[in-house]
Ligand binder design. Structure first.
Ligand code: WTA
Length: 664
């Protein structure tokens, strides 16, 4: 987010009441009702959460709601359940048996509809197949897949047999996949031969082959998606369709302990090593289901489209677990927002260049609730209003935003151009660690202000405090914290409980530290100002500056590197790397290109630096710390000039550094 858009956020005063028609039919219909619900949860949080959790299907009821000994929370103690039963079986065995669970559209334009009844059989088959391959409860399974129904089926099958999954975004490189597999000691990988992205095949299986030698992985399950040539290792690799076809569609789901790990998902922190955020079964599913119902006001006839990839937490909570726990219909789209359908699937009609693909999908499938990221919204704005204008978007009734602060301009455009001034917008703040939405309007109840995530959900106790943990006055900036445990809070960082304690509960006494700066206004509305640590948010994707730095210094020609985020109009932030080459290597465009590609190889294209600037030396404090704040200013102060052999006039930089040194 650019500093100028932060300013405009801070001065934004417009407010929009929930549309009357929406409010009339909503679950929570007025601000007073929201406040009542909030107060009820505050009076007796455990009773409140017990009521919410009661909407899941439990095989054995819990004996105690919460066991809290900071920083460790256990929820619904003694309770047993199976997440896939709450998400699939109970709908498949009831009135929703023939209701669509997943509507799928591939990038080329191929489509599939999977009912709850069918989903149940597929999940059972996959659960049996994984067990037959030797996957045991408690063992991790890595999922490295395109956005196809098998990805959701694989997740639910893992949940069913109690094997926690770790989904790795298909845009991550082989190296990044290997790191994650090594960290959680995954026994199997579920992948595809490839996935479609802007007409090209993402070579997922090739990446798996490159990632798993010497790791704990003994089985690779491959979904046939693109029919591309892939290498095959007999005894290790099996086709998904072979093992699924051979498996029984009957599977008795065992009930797992409420605290049994459902999944770990790697996310970037402030160090070079991504951390495995571990989520529990009962607590996680409780919040995923609760927020889907309350924030998206899901009803039986909704078509809910959350555009996030299952590689991110948003895809976990709002493509798979949350909506399915509510028996909703979700739409899954495989490809890029700017890819046209192939003529093979459009009876030969020309489909243009694809800039209207999302609107085309909304029109054809009758999407009612649409949830996407500000980066995407800003791209749509830039592509032009003619694309949404060419489609009938009247099926939409609710819009959502997630992943980064949304600037008021984008919010207003979203409301008017996509929502026809008719749909409420829910700007939802949350994190991989929180598991589910924490701060958001309730669409029928909360008046919205463009750029604000508004108020915390009932049951969630947030605050804005200073370093000493003291609440700051209305209107002042501070650190966003959560004061009480909630069911879907992360349980640990896999394999590093100390880091968990230090990162989230070691910064400010007694509360969960989110790592975001925020301000609360006179109406109690929250305005998220972005990260206060070394995490950057590039196009809604979380990255750590240290992670990119580690990738850069692993290159033999690099002596030292420092990475900062620079405000970017489209992506929120762009990556700028300051690099000192080892002596003897020429700092030129060619090296710049080589280093960019090296980062892509180490992490993935999402981490490719926008700009590389070479410097003879990096500015440091007297104690030897790199002056990131100075670099951030240098990075945002002047326009990108491509690769330069010297960062700035080295003398100027030194002078700047001296003045900064006094301040730091
Ligand atoms: C940012 C994504 C402002 C924030 C669900 C947070 C937001 C990080 C919003 C988590 C929002 C997420 N407004 N900022 N509505 N939603 N963020 O773990 O900085 O990928 O800490 O989870 O994204 O990113 P993560």
């Amino acid at each position: 987010m650019s500093s100028s858009s932060i300013d405009s956020v801070l001065t934004e005063t417009r407010s929009f009441a929930p549309p009357e028609e929406f409010a009339r039919a909503a679950r929570v219909r007025s601000l007073a009702e929201y406040e009542e619900l909030y107060a009820k949860a505050e009076r007796d949080p455990e009773a409140f959460w017990a009521e919410v959790a009661g909407e899941l299907q439990w095989a054995k009821p819990w004996t105690r709601v919460l066991d809290w000994s900071l920083p460790d929370a256990k929820w619904f103690i003694g309770g047993r359940l199976n997440a896939s039963v709450s998400c699939v079986d109970r709908h498949a065995q009831g009135a929703r048996k023939n209701k669509a669970a997943i509507l799928f559209e591939g990038e080329p334009g191929d489509t599939r509809v999977i009912t709850y009844g069918q989903l149940h059989r597929e999940v059972c088959r996959a659960a049996n197949a994984l067990t037959a391959l030797g996957v045991k409860p408690g063992e991790f399974v890595a999922i490295y897949m395109p956005m196809i129904p098998e990805a959701a089926i694989a997740m639910l099958a893992c949940a069913r047999i109690g094997a926690p999954h770790t989904v790795v975004f298909g845009g991550f490189s082989a190296e990044a996949l290997r790191d994650r597999i090594d960290d959680c000691q995954a026994k199997a990988v579920i992948t595809a031969d490839g996935g479609w992205r802007r007409g090209a095949v993402i070579p997922l299986k090739d990446n798996v082959d490159a990632a798993i030698d010497g790791t704990t992985v003994s089985k690779v399950v491959v979904v046939r998606r693109c029919n591309n040539d892939i290498a095959w290792k007999d005894g290790r690799d099996v086709w998904w369709h072979d093992i699924i076809d051979a498996a029984s569609a009957k599977h008795e789901a065992l009930a797992h302990d409420s605290e049994h790990p459902l999944f770990s998902l790697y996310t970037s922190g402030t160090t070079g090593k991504p951390k495995g955020i571990l989520h529990s079964t009962g607590g996680y599913l409780t919040n995923a289901a609760y927020t889907s119902k309350l924030v998206f006001d899901l009803r039986d006839d909704d078509v809910f489209w959350c555009t996030a990839d299952i590689g991110w937490v948003t895809g976990h909570s709002y493509v798979v677990y949350g909506p399915l726990a509510n028996g909703a219909t979700v739409l899954m789209y495989e490809g890029a927002p700017n890819a046209p359908r192939s003529s093979a699937f459009t009876s030969g009609h020309a489909t243009g260049i694809g800039l209207d693909r999302f609107w085309d999908i909304i029109e054809r499938w009758g999407v009612t609730v649409f949830y996407t990221a500000p980066t995407a919204i800003r791209a749509f704005m830039k592509w032009g209003d003619q694309h949404p204008a060419a489609h009938d978007l009247s099926s939409l009734r609710l819009l959502g935003s997630v992943g980064e602060p949304i600037n008021p301009e984008a919010w207003m455009w979203y409301r008017k151009t996509i929502g026809g001034d008719r749909c409420p917008i829910v700007d939802t703040w949350w994190q991989t660690e929180t598991g589910a939405i924490m701060i958001s309007p309730l669409p029928g109840a909360t008046p919205t202000k463009p750029g604000s995530a508004t108020r915390p959900l009932p049951g969630i106790a947030v605050d804005v405090v200073n370093k000493d943990g003291q609440p700051v006055p209305a209107g002042s900036g501070g650190f966003l914290v959560i004061k009480r445990p909630w069911p879907s809070m992360l349980r640990t960082i896999w394999g590093d409980h100390e880091r968990f304690t230090k990162t989230y509960f070691g910064e400010i006494d007694g509360v969960y530290f989110a790592g975001d700066g925020a301000r609360r206004d006179e109406d109690g509305y929250y305005w998220i100002m972005g990260r206060v640590d070394d995490v950057i948010n590039v196009a809604g994707h979380r990255l750590s500056t240290m992670e990119v730095e580690s990738a850069l210094v692993s290159h033999p020609k690099v002596a030292e590197a420092a990475v900062v985020g620079r405000p970017d109009e489209m992506k929120g932030q762009a990556i700028v790397a300051f690099v000192t080459p080892r002596s003897g290597f020429v700092a030129d465009e060619i090296l710049g290109k080589e280093l960019r590609e090296h980062v892509v190889k180490e992490i993935g294209a999402l981490a490719r630096p926008e700009e590389i600037r070479f410097a003879e030396a990096l500015p440091k404090t007297r104690s030897g710390k790199i002056m990131r704040r100075l670099l951030r200013e240098v990075a945002s102060g002047s326009k990108a000039r491509g690769d330069t052999t010297t960062l700035e006039d080295q003398g100027v930089l030194e002078k700047l550094a001296q003045s900064f040194d006094k301040e730091e």
